[in-house]
Unconditional design. Structure first.
Length: 233
């Protein structure tokens, strides 16, 4: 996910700025530079672990954060090895609990990669798509579409619009995405206008201007630590 690389790149640049600033005494912190650096790193790894449902990565990221701030949390007497051992036990325990629900490899693949179709008739003009902590492919089919609302949290979402007719040859798409990758597949004949409020997110809307555009799509909404890609088919 390019948004992940973008976020990590921003973190590295900020850390470089902090390092130079503290050495030149331009700014000062109550925490040591490397404490801040490792805090940002482990938070990043924690978010990544949650996003990809990696139990061990998530648990140990939290454990290392606890080690960093043990003194301020008043738990320094636990010691590094106690926290580490506890993290090992929690990781193993959670893994056993999730496996106990009988998730075979086939079942787990289907759980992560759901495929569904959303169909509307001429009387329905609005479609809602919501996804959380999974990977999903959706196919929207409609004869009189006017508005699509997309909500995605900790998810990877692909949506195809190749079998859709619009109301008055235009439609609005509202997106709210957090820690997600969203891919929209449009016909080449659609002209896309994007007005997204984004925080540490990447938006790829490349479109060939030489095409003859028959319909208009207006995309609005909010993206946080996410990536939006628009493909044309």
């Amino acid at each position: 996910m390019r948004a992940k690389r973008f976020f990590l790149g921003i973190i590295i640049l900020l850390l470089a700025t902090l390092l130079v600033s503290t050495k030149l005494e331009i700014i000062s912190f109550h925490f040591k530079f490397w404490t801040i650096a490792f805090t940002v790193l482990f938070i990043f790894l924690l978010i990544q672990g949650i996003l990809y449902r990696r139990i061990s990565q998530s648990v140990f990221s939290i454990a290392f954060l606890v080690m960093l701030y043990a003194e301020k949390l008043g738990i320094e007497r636990l010691g590094m090895w106690t926290i580490f051992l506890a993290a090992c036990l929690v990781s193993v325990g959670l893994s056993m609990i999730f496996k106990s629900f009988g998730r075979s490899r086939k079942w787990d693949w289907n759980w992560k990669h759901k495929v569904s179709s959303l169909e509307t008739d001429t009387s329905e003009k609005k479609v809602k798509i919501s996804e959380s902590m999974s990977s999903s492919v959706r196919y929207v089919k409609a004869n009189n579409l006017e508005q699509v609302a997309i909500s995605s949290r900790l998810a990877s979402l692909k949506i195809y619009f190749d079998n859709v007719e619009f109301q008055d040859d235009e439609a609005n798409i509202f997106i709210n995405g957090s820690l997600s990758e969203i891919m929209l597949f449009f016909p080449k004949e659609w002209k896309v206008f994007v007005n997204i409020n984004s925080i540490l997110s990447e938006i790829d809307t490349a479109q060939e201007e030489g095409n003859i555009f028959e319909k208009k799509v207006y995309i609005k909404g909010n993206l946080n630590l996410s990536e939006l890609k628009i493909k044309y088919i």
